[in-house]
Design a protein around this ligand. Sequence first.
Ligand code: PMP
Length: 379
Amino acid sequence: MIYLDNAATTKADESVVDSFVKVNQTLYFNPNSPHQAGLQAEKLLVQAKEEINRTLDLAHQYEIIFTSGATESNNMALKGIAYRKKETANEIITSVLEHPSVLEVMRYLEEKQGFELKYINVKEDGTIDIDHLKSLMSDKVGLVTCMYVNNVMGQIQPIQDIADILKDYPRAHFHVDGVQALGKIPMNFNGIDSLSLSGHKFNGLKGQGLLLIKNIQNIEPVIHGGGQEYGLRSGTVNLPMAISMVKAIKQAVQGTEETNRKLKLFNQAIVTFLKDFKGVYINSPENGAPHIINIGFPGVKGEVLVNAFSKHGVMVSTTSACSSKRGKLNEVLLAMGLSDSRIEGSIRISLGAQTSEADIQTFKDIFKMVYEEVKELLK
Ligand code: PMP
């Protein structure tokens, strides 16, 4: 099998799995227990958080909460911040490009909780319009959220430009979904108030996420119970998940430069190769994150292409795994102004740290076969 759906999830690294198993067997204690074993677990939990701050070069700026993934992190942060700001600054700004775990929270806050939601315009290259954001800002804005790298097209958002604008608006909390960025491109955390990450996107485990937050007192809990994790995530802390997450994040961060260099070469090789095929378009913008290449085949349905590749052992995705089962046109591609036929006929190839040169070669060979099968249909 050639696995080119790494933006959906990646294969867990063996050392991360080993660490998870080992800690489960040897350090299975509850960090909230008052006995010696519990205290040892608590110490390790604190150390894990310090290690993550150090790995990301954050000089202890953030409190860290281990979550079950970015969906939980996004929900916890966005609802928690919004609820606290409701009386003083009830406007929220986002873009239609966000992952459903952000966008659906936004819609819920607007429709069910009475917040005023505004969307930043999107430019043709899929990045947000910074001037439009400026025009939307005021002291009524309590929350701005934007993803670092888009999961469908790979465009990198101008996070530092947003942070610069928000400097003049101290009431506005800036939340970033960094899921598709970590381990793939160099990241700059300046001005980010909270950040969501997900281990399974960078060879960690499924169910392994992080929320990093600067002003933890600004978040209203959305999960209530025993008061663990600053009162924000009640429930017994999953120390094996936390410790193995440190391993995953270290490998991803320390390997970013090499992964980025390798995937840029693979990306260029694929883009150059595809130029020879009439009726096939690259939807992803140039200068995007190197691991995501969205390709349009107007006239053929994305699902047909995914199945055709799958039959030959190559796993790719339509738009994104999260929305591909819903059968409606992808909002990200719509926002970028792509024609309906190009959206319907789009697939996403996504690479990862474990993708090899041989995978790319096989992909090219299989692509030629699939192209022969569908070329009569291309518009
Ligand atoms: N944000 C982005 C940009 C994503 O790509 C994903 C995963 N598709 C998520 C959030 C959700 O992450 P998780 O699967 O860890 O809940």
